[in-house]
Design a protein around this ligand. Structure first.
Ligand SMILES: O=C(O)CCC(=O)C(=O)O
Ligand SMILES: [Fe+2]
Length: 204
């Protein structure tokens, strides 16, 4: 990273090669964020996906919920179309207004404590099209978000994602970079993350 393009209290654009990354801090009124956190965690619908590593099946270290106008498949897991509930329509509108992109789906990740995390991946499924914009809203525990370039010997990028922040990934980022949410020791506090995506209807 070669210094940031612009940086003020509310918004920070990271100067990285082959992709765009912007962090909006204090994105929503804190009351709104707190209510959303409580209602989303307490609402049912949480599942724990199975992941296969070298032929062995494990439960993924986080809980998830998926809503979207189109069916979507990631890491070999199929999500049927399921309309967004009202509270997510409202959040989506706020995210769309801030970012200027439109989204039709959201994957919600619930990291119950520091033992939960997400491994290295790119959100580059063909249903997301070329250069997808992904807006990732975080409430709860502050966690490190890491990125590594797939082919160039660049320094990894680490960003601490605070409570009530929105990270926008766009441009060629998913094509050239992988990202992860590493596990951390001795963290008891939970974190919720909403990743808004636009899933395209593919004609096969
Ligand atoms: O929890 C995060 O901040 C990252 C989530 C993520 O990368 C994903 O859902 O694809
Ligand atoms: Fe991701």
């Amino acid at each position: 990273m070669r210094g940031n393009l612009f940086d003020n209290d509310a918004c920070e654009a990271f100067n990285i090669l082959d992709g765009e990354l912007i962090l909006y801090r204090n994105f929503l009124p804190i009351e709104y964020a707190n209510n959303l956190f409580e209602s989303c965690i307490n609402e049912d619908g949480w599942g724990q996906d199975e992941i296969k590593i070298f032929g062995k099946t494990y439960l993924s270290p986080r809980l998830t919920k998926w809503y979207g106008d189109q069916a979507y498949e990631y890491s070999g897991l199929k999500h049927e179309a399921k309309p967004l509930p009202d509270y997510l329509m409202d959040l989506r509108m706020k995210v769309e207004t801030q970012t200027g992109f439109d989204f039709n789906s959201v994957l919600i990740n619930y990291y119950r404590n520091g033992d939960d995390g997400m491994g290295w991946h790119s959100d580059d499924e063909k249903e997301l099209g070329m250069n997808p914009a992904i807006a990732s809203y975080t409430i709860g525990a502050e966690r490190r978000f890491s990125l590594k370039h797939k082919s160039k010997p660049l320094k990894p990028v680490n960003i601490v994602l605070p409570n009530n922040s929105l990270l926008l990934m766009s441009g060629q980022l998913q094509h050239h970079w992988k990202h992860a949410l590493p596990k951390v020791r001795h963290l008891e506090n939970p974190r919720l993350n909403f990743t808004f995506r636009k899933v395209l209807k593919l004609t096969k």
